[in-house]
Design a protein around this ligand. Sequence first.
Ligand SMILES: [Zn+2]
Ligand SMILES: [Zn+2]
Length: 259
Amino acid sequence: MRVVTLGTSSHVPTATRDTTSLLVRPAAGSPILVESPGAVVRKLRAQGVDPRDLERLILTHDHTDHIYGFPHLIHALWQHHGRIDVHAPPKTVETAVRLLEVLGLGGEDYPELAFHGVEPDGEPRVLFEHAGITVRCVRSEHPRTTFALRFDEPASGASLVHSSDTRPCAAITELARGADTLIHDCAVPHRFFDLVGRYHSTAREAGEVATASGVKRLVLIHLHAVLGFDDDELRADARASFGGEVVVPSDGQELIFER
Ligand SMILES: [Zn+2]
Ligand SMILES: [Zn+2]
């Protein structure tokens, strides 16, 4: 399994960071796309992925920065007759369907879409198995119902947790126990806590979750980088509470899992 951070910013992109999305690439088989923000088709192609090969899409919640490119993804698949399974909380499924309706997308000229609405809670629930990867979800701590995700690939031993948008929470700490890598919401260094502390996490808090769960590597994402802090400050802040590897990824960066 390999993972690419297609986008790494908060809801406000910068010149070098676009809104958060991930591409999870199994050892064999089609990739799993997490979120459908803007320019996602171009980002897939930049990774050598033909969007027509997409079979699985996860939308963690329906805040605009995570879903606004969904209609465009479908529009870009005009006259493609494959099938995409879309996994999301029920309210997010509703939003996704309404976006397509408003823009008149769907029908025989477009791929078949199979929506799977799942209500996440504090206990891990299997969303699906795909290409040797088992995907589980719990509910994160965020104003809208949001998936936090775990990806396990037993054949390689690779395991990854993605917190999605969240405050630090026990369900995610437990979900990440025994995983190799934790990708965690990190809007800001801790000195900006007052700005985002109701909805998101700081680098220091992400480090605390990583330490409590025992992961080896912490990847900081959903960065509100428009504030102008630098990557070194984020790394130092996370290292104050976590002794493992800290990664501040760029857009399009691939995360390799050691065997
Ligand atoms: Zn959100
Ligand atoms: Zn967001």
